[in-house]
Design a protein around this ligand. Sequence first.
Ligand code: FMN
Length: 326
Amino acid sequence: MQTRFTELVGCSVSVQQAPMGTISSPDLAVAVADAGGVGTVTALGLAPEALVRRLDEMRRRTSGVLSANVVSEEVGEQLVVDVAERVRLVDFFWFDPSPRIVELVHRSGALVGWQVGSVAEARAAEDAGCDVVTVQGVEAGGHVRGSTPLRRLLPEVLDAVDVPVLAAGGITDGRSFAEVLAAGAAGARIGTRFIATVESGAHPAYKQAVVDAAGDATVITDAFADCPLCATSPRARVLRAAVERVAELDDDVVGTATMGGTQVPVPRGSGVPPVAGAEGHLDAMAMYAGAAVGSVTDIRPAAEVIAELVAELERRLPAARRSGVR
Ligand SMILES: Cc1cc2nc3c(=O)[nH]c(=O)nc-3n(C[C@H](O)[C@H](O)[C@H](O)COP(=O)(O)O)c2cc1C
């Protein structure tokens, strides 16, 4: 099913699995890429050599489309070049679109995506030369850039820019996927649904908490502001239960997590989520999740999640075909 996004990046399913820090494990990204979507990992927290090794290894494992996400202007130019030489799409978020960085990526042969939270930021991304703009609605899990619901922001951004637009925030099933394509998006960026997959880097208890959450069990909070992104704007959507639990504890350290192969302490209020191998008060760690978490009801292989999204979209195709889908 072709859209402007699939044609541009060369994938067959118009879904980008969201970058999600350690949760977006190489296994997850490779599984999504193998299933026809865009598999994404995050650069944050990895030494440059480790990142390069990881991307090379992922490249050997799949012939699908891969993406890597950068969330800080502070990364060196060489790192941006190293990443751009290894993935089809370099994805940026949380800092102002930069023509210099876009040019750097283009010169290294990759495409540039920028996730934005407002119309003004979408225009700035297009003006900076980005090839894809991802519109993040306030429903999104993880760090939230803007304050407008996707349903309102998406049409405004579609009117404002000409490049292909991905919709992000609260898309967990075929119905919401079909809705954003019908509204004119060229694809969806999906995060929360992929936390509850076999391949994700989330701790089993975090996956289960996502499955168990009913309705909108989330809240935007600054309770986990001990993180590099929160240094500029402490706003992340997490499971409300985690905010309540961390408020009950007065320990300085709530547990440990495996980072870069070693077990490190997780201070109370840290932005580190309960990753596989974490120990301690997992329920008081940053359980990022989007507002549509209630519709995630099982833990499945990523390929099955993609297949179901596509099957449901095809059932709803007459509606979707009206705009975003070719
Ligand atoms: C666990 C988690 C971690 C995230 N980490 C990142 C990240 O490292 N970089 C980034 O650009 N976006 C990150 N996001 C936000 C996603 O890019 C995207 O906006 C969001 O997942 C879309 O909403 P959804 O979760 O409702 O699908 C994260 C989201 C989640 C759920």
